[in-house]
Design a protein around this ligand. Structure first.
Ligand SMILES: NC(=O)c1ccc[n+]([C@@H]2O[C@H](COP(=O)([O-])OP(=O)(O)OC[C@H]3O[C@@H](n4cnc5c(N)ncnc54)[C@H](O)[C@@H]3O)[C@@H](O)[C@H]2O)c1
Length: 317
């Protein structure tokens, strides 16, 4: 298969590229390196099956490149992912996430690609959900420009599905964690805690520690992308999650145990807009795509801490 991965130099995208290459596929990666880095793709680039392009997903170059590469499947992961940055600068967020999605939809239509798999945000689009765990039938109630722009991407792809017969599937991920995640921003709280603890630095919990999140390992997320790519889709959204709630305080204890660090967070006032409970029901993706998470949080955090430690002890090239 020929695939195109936008945001393929980022955290989730680079793991997806590694897996695609591992399955023998050829991959065109598009990334502007605003957060991602070619360093995340060193192993895949060595295979010679990856073409890496520094291109903005909003640019006409994306359309030309997609036309030239003729991918069968386009995985759209490139995005502005920082919720707080979206509140401070909603126009920049909308440019990358809304215009980016529209440009990807156009690129797919013009290139004749078979399918789009879109990375949407299960952790934000449902807002303060009435029912937790939240399933896909819950109303989308974005509380941030980021959540609104990710939802707009789904709506645009669905309009292309109705208008042009575009085959698309949306994967609404909860809080993804694993190696290569930058240790900044809420989405990276596992990395934030692990990095701070290995540095013997202070760790902060905002609020009373009882906010819950649903942490899913990046390897499980990549398996969901591959499952979605193999099935036809007409705009279905699938939650990609564990369905297991973990409070901020519990997460701190799990990471501290893995890092051998004191379990003594500093508590700071809650941040405005933080969702109290975010846990997603994963029944639909299990029933329809046969996906379920394989890596529990204690195991995944242990692997992440070992990975971070090994990078610290590696000699500098
Ligand atoms: N990490 C999570 O917990 C999570 C949860 C739900 C959804 N998502 C979604 O998954 C996708 C990947 O997220 P991630 O955590 O890997 O983040 P990331 O920041 O590591 O990856 C995004 C990549 O997109 C690139 N990018 C940003 N703007 C671009 C542009 N205009 N043109 C080209 N490239 C651009 C960045 O350089 C980066 O490499 C995003 O769409 C995000 O909204 C992530």
């Amino acid at each position: 298969m020929r695939a195109l991965v936008t945001g393929g130099a980022g955290f989730i995208g680079s793991h997806l590229v590694d897996q695609l290459v591992g399955h023998g596929h050829r991959v065109c990666v598009v990334d502007d390196f605003s957060r991602g880095s070619p360093d995340n793709l060193i192993a895949s680039l060595d295979t010679g099956r990856v073409a890496l392009h520094r291109v903005d997903v909003c640019s006409p170059e994306l359309v030309a490149l997609t036309h030239h590469h003729r991918p069968e499947v386009v995985f759209h992961l490139a995005a502005q992912i920082d919720v707080r940055a979206s509140v401070d600068d909603p126009l920049t967020d909308a440019r990358a996430n809304v215009l980016g999605a529209v440009n990807v939809a156009e690129a797919v239509r013009l290139s004749g690609a078979r399918k789009v798999v879109y990375a949407t945000s299960g952790g934000s689009i449902y807002g303060h959900a009435d029912v937790v765990p939240t399933d896909e039938s819950a109303p989308a109630r974005p509380f941030s420009p980021y959540a609104a722009s990710k939802l707009a991407g789904e709506i645009y792809f669905n309009s292309y599905s109705r208008l042009h017969g575009l085959d698309c599937t949306h994967l609404a991920m909860s809080n993804v964690y694993g190696p290569r995640q930058l240790s900044r921003g809420e989405a990276g709280v596992v990395s934030v805690f692990a990095t701070a603890m290995l540095d013997r630095a202070r760790t902060v919990i905002y609020g009373d520690g009882c906010n819950t999140r649903d942490y899913v390992h990046v390897d499980d997320v990549v398996a969901a992308f591959l499952a979605a790519a193999g099935e036809p889709g007409s705009g279905q959204r699938y939650n990609v999650s564990t369905g297991v709630p973990t409070s901020d305080r519990e997460l701190h204890t799990i990471v501290a145990a893995a890092a051998g660090a004191p379990d003594t967070p500093t508590f700071m006032p809650a941040r405005k807009g933080d969702v109290r409970r975010s846990v997603l029901d994963r029944t639909r993706i299990g029933t329809e795509l046969g996906w379920k998470p394989q890596i529990d949080l204690v195991t995944g955090v242990g692997d992440l801490v070992r990975h971070l430690r090994s990078r610290r002890s590696a000699p500098v090239a």
